[in-house]
Design a protein around this ligand. Sequence first.
Ligand code: PLP
Length: 457
Amino acid sequence: QLAAAGAALTSTDNHDAFVRAQRVLPGGVSSPVRAYGSVGGDPRFLASASGPWVTDVEGRDYADLVCSWGPALLGHAHPEVVAAVQEAASRGLSFGAPTVGEVELGEEIRRRVPAAERVRLVSTGTEATMTAVRLARGVTGRSLIIKFAGCYHGHVDSLLAEAGSGVATLALPGSAGVTEASAAETLVLPYNDLAAVEEAFTERGSEIAAVITEASPANMGVVPPQPGFNEGLRRITSAHGALMIMDEVLTGFRVGPSGWWGLENRLLLDEGAQPSSDTGAVYTPDLFTFGKVVGGGMPVAALGGPAAIMDQLAPLGPVYQAGTLSGNPVAVAAGLATLRLADDAVYARVDEVSSVLSTALGEALDAEGVPHAIQRAGSLFSAFFGPAAAAAGVRDYAQAQAQEGFRYKALFHAMLDAGVNLPPSVFEAWFVSAAHDDAAVNRILEALPLGARAAAA
Ligand code: PLP
């Protein structure tokens, strides 16, 4: 029976798989962007993945620029990560009791981001941001949250308004099923607009529990913070007794060993900014959320911050949070193995591949006369299309939405036909891994001119 199931995985007609999927899974998928809604066509059903490659159920392989939407920093199925998972699984799948692995993962996170003095492990990025918001409300006794249009923080009711990622891909304003009461407790402001933040705090500062921001947004395409934006958020929240929540679910441990926070602080220090005497960093948020890479492809996410705040979580404090599978030993083994392997050489390779590919993408689009802007944040990059983006770049959600998104649809399918798996939405970042070797990079470099030609049409 097992052999039959295995055979079905690699010899299925992709279209048949999608038809069958739609009879049982809404839209044929377990998460919306996977359905190819904005690029059209049948989503590729994948059967396996190794290093920089993914293989579909018909046996076609693709150089992968999705990397499981971020987790696969080392590439797919890294042998040492798989071995760690197998070893952990052989000792038991889930205990519902503390394990030493959780302690080690917490220590590894704190080593990289010392301000995360205490770490709570959860299973998804959504849980991490949801818990951070609840904790901020519990600690401050206030209810309002500020989020930025185009930032995605998972499918938390109060954070879905004008969210990026799938909400942007499907052109939804938010989500049905979110109560007015919940939406009314979220103030949505334009990204990169500190004056709007100042104004909101001037009007309602005593009611605002927290500002939550993507460390460097990558769910409306890649839209880095303008110089001084994150520091400004820190200054304003501190002045008003509100917390700053930096969502590093996507950027954390991907754009560098200490995430966007580490990368940006290093840049600021290099530019001569003054470090604070207690942390050595130029700015530090109150709470961080992590996900994706921290689980190495398994369901682990986390939030972290100073003991004084984090100890308000149950069992020590009054803010409740729990999970049957939180800190699951098999998932933690994958995360720990991934972080331990993610050394300077890994980040250097990821940066190098990203630089080669983003430059080649820009050159290919230039050669076909396609107006565009390539925007980068560390190793994350994406393209925005149209003359407005080409002229001035994109710094907020309104500008990201105004681009010529139809060009991406054509580029996506040309690249897919040439054996490259891109994110099926213009609003997502392109992800590379340290396993992207010459063969994978060359496959992508050969496909880019075809993608650019299609985008020009
Ligand atoms: N926060 C950010 C910045 C994200 O990019 C995501 C997912 O893409 C999330 C939160 C939600 O994480 P998850 O999908 O694991 O719930």
